[in-house]
Design a protein around this ligand. Structure first.
Ligand SMILES: Cc1cc2nc3c(=O)[nH]c(=O)nc-3n(C[C@H](O)[C@H](O)[C@H](O)COP(=O)(O)OP(=O)(O)OC[C@H]3O[C@@H](n4cnc5c(N)ncnc54)[C@H](O)[C@@H]3O)c2cc1C
Length: 427
């Protein structure tokens, strides 16, 4: 029997190092640099590259990947414990080689890429010499992949892609995109799509604009028009018609990694809330002494711990089964719960900070917005709840009787019959 909630002492030492390193060396980058994904920014590289080298020296680079891909083969549980720390800082995932969307894209390249594709795209991606983009959502709908209309047609030795994609994050900095396009419109709904590697400098890849989140005038999320984009035949990723399978591989990992990092963000808000409750006095006592503030702290702690356990258990199940489809319900549950915990804890932290809480001088307003992002990116909460419910219901059968199996009169009658010989019961 093994049911253990402790971290191995050796790994705890590494976590302690990560904690110190992130707080002292990495978090300060968040306040002076623009985007962690702009690998062409010299200022960024000057500060980020030496920190990445330090992480490699400590054997903590791209830990989730297998050693043959330059990682440590630590798996998802250790990554979860690391990501709880890395989630505090915008730059930390990049410094540790596990940033989205590259980590998920690397996973599918590793799994489905040909040796040539791996050499050309995976290796520089793993080294963070380049960054990548995942281009799936379309302007007419993201939550339903069955409405995707971007087409890829084989013409001679090339695939020719036409269509529009919406919210392709990081396309402006990416060297290549993994693009989903319909290759077989007459196939069954989940066999129509295929995945392609599209270099962003291919003629016909036109970024209409880079859409921002909140009040960002220019953001990271590209609205892209693919106009007769011609790519060689060997840029198909996986088999023709396998687009959904390829996307699921990526999204499974991506969703749980977001959740791990979200714990880091939520804890950051929680720490600030507790510090403020102890520091601020009003009407004769500290905020921490007021019961409604105590309730906010207690609710937040409980919700964070519940969520954290769900995330860790899901990570453990991924490591155990090595198959995202087997852990689909757990991942969907994590994804559905993530925006709620994030939102609820952050709005309490914001409220406890009073007027200061709503200013850009504290992180809460951005975090509230980010909580909504977590309820949309990689699929909206509603769709994940549908997945949870469907998977749960697979383990149940309808009853053929008029009354449910929990109907007490029938249960009592059966119990009386069962014990009739042994004791006398009043009906
Ligand atoms: C910050 C950010 C980054 C993103 N990055 C990427 C990226 O890199 N690549 C990419 O391809 N996409 C990306 N996306 C897009 C994301 O995957 C989509 O926003 C998401 O799938 C929802 O699609 P949609 O926005 O078109 O909403 P719609 O599909 O129009 O859905 C709108 C709303 O309808 C409701 N809804 C939808 N379906 C159901 C249902 N079955 N039952 C009940 N209610 C439902 C939900 O409330 C949902 O939010 C990103 C999104 C964000 C916010």
């Amino acid at each position: 029997m093994s049911w253990d909630f402790e971290t191995e002492p050796e790994f705890q030492k590494q976590l302690d190092w990560i904690e110190r390193f992130v707080r002292t060396e990495v978090e300060p980058l968040d306040y002076v640099l623009e985007s962690p994904d702009d690998v062409r920014d010299e200022k960024r590289n000057k500060l980020v590259r030496p920190l990445q080298a330090e992480v490699r020296k400590h054997k903590l680079w791209a830990c989730h990947l297998e050693p043959d891909l330059g990682g440590q083969g630590y798996g998802q549980v250790k990554l979860a414990l690391m990501n709880e720390i890395l989630g505090r800082s915008r730059f930390a995932p990049t410094v540790f080689g596990c940033q989205a969307p590259d980590s998920g894209n690397a996973e599918i390249l590793a799994k489905y890429g040909t040796p040539e594709q791996k050499k050309r795209y995976l290796q520089p991606l793993l080294d963070n010499q380049i960054v990548s983009c995942f281009s799936m959502t379309e302007p007419q709908g993201g939550a339903d992949p069955k409405v995707f209309a971007t087409r890829a047609e084989l013409q001679g030795d090339d695939w020719v892609i036409n269509g529009e994609k919406w919210f392709s994050s990081n396309a402006r900095w990416a060297s290549f995109m993994i693009t989903m396009a319909v290759t077989d419109p007459d196939a069954a709904p989940y066999r129509k799509l295929s995945a392609f590697i599209v270099p962003t400098d291919a003629p016909g890849v036109n970024i209409v604009r880079n859409v921002g989140v909140g009040d960002e005038p220019e953001g990271a999320h590209a609205y892209i028009r693919y106009q007769d984009v011609r790519i060689p035949k060997d840029h198909l990723l996986g088999q023709r018609g396998d687009g959904f399978v390829v996307a699921q591989t990526r999204l499974g990992g991506g969703r749980i990694h977001h959740a791990m990092r979200t714990i880091g963000q939520v804890k950051k808000a929680f720490d600030l809330m507790c510090e403020r409750a102890l520091s601020r006095t009003t009407q004769g006592s500290a905020l921490a002494d007021k019961q409604m503030v105590q309730e906010k702290i207690a609710d937040s702690w409980i919700e964070i711990e519940q969520f954290r356990l769900l995330v860790l258990r899901t990570a453990w199940r991924i490591d155990r089964y090595k198959d995202y489809l087997k852990v689909r319900k757990d991942i969907a549950a994590v994804k559905a719960q993530m925006p709620k915990v994030f939102h609820d804890v952050v709005i309490r932290a914001l409220q406890i900070h009073g007027s200061l809480g709503v200013t850009p001088e504290m992180p809460f307003v951005d975090q509230v917005l980010e909580s909504f992002v977590m309820g949309l990116a990689d699929g909206p909460t509603e769709v994940h709840k549908i997945t949870v419910a469907r998977q749960v219901l697979r383990d149940y059968q309808p009853t053929s009787g008029l009354f449910p199996t929990g109907h007490i009169p029938a249960l009592r009658e059966a119990a009386i019959r069962k014990f009739a010989g042994r004791i006398e019961l009043e009906v």
